[in-house]
Design a protein around this ligand. Structure first.
Ligand SMILES: C[S@@+](CC[C@H](N)C(=O)[O-])C[C@H]1O[C@@H](n2cnc3c(N)ncnc32)[C@H](O)[C@@H]1O
Length: 406
């Protein structure tokens, strides 16, 4: 199998059709070693896209086609980020993927890039946009929201090859993994491991669930107990729903909603595989209020968001978001929060969470909500920054008992 050709085709679809690399990689038909090679090539090229372009742009006088830019990035990536690939192989294999009439051009440019060696800008905030391949406006936003040092730390963390975490499922005796020497536990629930996630038999049997370590912290904020009535508003594919059911020892009632029927099926499949029987799945637009007679003890609103906490697993997102698209998602989140607010029982807890690093979607969203809904009070809010795990935000709110409201 020509792994470079596969990587090239995936990168072209990401660039031209706005496809997601992670989804395309799931459909690659190759053995484990080849799949790992393709995955590595695709992710390294995407994570370093701006830096790679900066390597070949000085040698190109005209605008190149998107496919040609992808090819030059792929070639430069192999030259500088793939230790095991000799330079001649990096260049020749890339040239062979070019359209016949562009082969001479690609060959000449890549030779110049190789001769110049990797040109790395200074390791400081002002040059981080190129060095760590992040749009400058995004770095400026993080600087305004979290400070310059933190902004730089986030950008550096996004460049790390993403780790995969498992979270044990006690409903299928997942606690036995604590004594499995292949699992390195980072806390009571989550571990990293070398065994291939997708093919693992224990994953298929639901002994554990693939879930980021910080994602697994969010349901803990809900403080659920067996027997409770819980609403999970934006639930698909159901990773947190499963954890909530586990924390409730599979006793009580969970209503799990999502806007898309196909995504609701993913919830059903996960619950079946992991031994959960207390979840009822409902296709529902969270912007529409729930039947007002139904009240829930707990509500999780794991909102659709810009995903800026997860840029190591989904590197292409950073090149697609814009300040305008961030504002659009803020509006949707606000509509869902407002529609769900009446459905929480007095004294109940609502957790709002995102996997993004943007104060407008996080702290700003919640502070606006508290102003519009004075019956709610903030108990706790936390931002998990990327590093050991992805970036997440969670806010835990309580709805005051009616007699205690001022
Ligand atoms: C961050 S993901 C949820 C992840 C999920 N909680 C988990 O842990 O597996 C956000 C979900 O919101 C859903 N969604 C987007 N807009 C929605 C809406 N208006 N109403 C309900 N769900 C929506 C998306 O389909 C997506 O599955």
């Amino acid at each position: 199998m020509d792994t470079r050709k596969q990587a090239y085709e995936i990168l072209c679809r990401v660039e031209k059709d706005n496809a997601y690399a992670g989804l395309l990689l799931r459909h690659v038909q190759a053995d484990g070693r080849e799949t790992a090679q393709i995955t590595n090539l695709v992710y390294e090229t995407l994570r370093n896209q701006i830096l790679l372009e900066a390597q070949w742009q000085p040698y190109v006088q005209h605008k190149v086609r998107k496919e040609t830019a992808v090819l030059l990035n792929l070639g430069a990536c192999q030259l500088f980020f793939m230790d095991s690939v000799p330079a001649y192989a990096a260049i020749n294999s890339t040239v062979s993927l070019a359209a016949r009439k562009e082969r001479g051009f690609v060959n000449a440019v890549l030779h110049k890039v190789q001769q110049a060696g990797l040109v790395l800008p200074a390791d400081d905030f002002d040059h981080a946009g190129i060095r760590y391949s992040h749009p400058q406006w995004l770095l400026a936003m993080w600087k305004a929201h979290y400070g310059k040092e933190k902004a730089l730390e986030i950008a550096k963390a996004d460049q790390q090859a993403s780790r995969v975490y498992g979270r044990i499922n006690t409903l299928r005796h997942g606690e036995k993994l604590r004594s499995d020497s292949r699992c390195h536990f980072v806390n009571e629930l989550s571990f990293t491991s070398d065994f291939p996630p997708a093919a693992d038999q224990m994953l298929k049997e639901g002994t554990y669930v693939i879930q980021d370590v910080h994602s697994a912290m969010v349901p803990l904020l809900l403080d659920v107990h067996p027997g409770m009535k819980v609403l999970d508003v934006c639930a698909a594919p159901g990773t947190k729903t499963q954890e909530i059911a586990m924390l409730m020892k599979n006793r009580g009632q969970i209503t799990a909603c999502d806007l898309y029927p196909a995504r609701c099926e993913l919830i059903d499949e996960l619950m079946k595989r992991t031994g959960v029987s207390i979840v009822k799945t409902v296709v529902h637009d969270g912007r529409t209020a729930w039947d007002e007679k139904q009240k829930f003890d707990r509500i999780l609103l794991d909102a659709p968001c810009s995903g800026l906490g997860d840029l190591s697993h989904k590197p292409e997102i950073r090149y697609r978001v814009s300040p305008q698209s961030l504002d659009e998602i803020v509006q949707i989140q606000q509509e869902i929060l407002d529609a769900m607010a009446p459905s929480l029982a007095d004294g109940g807890i609502l957790v709002y969470s995102t996997c993004t690093l943007n104060r407008k979607e996080n702290e700003g969203q919640i502070h606006g909500f508290l102003k519009r809904h004075p019956e709610y009070h903030l108990l706790q809010e936390k931002t998990w920054f990327p590093g050991e795990g992805d970036g997440f935000y969670g806010a835990k709110l309580i709805k005051a008992e009616k007699r205690k409201r001022s």
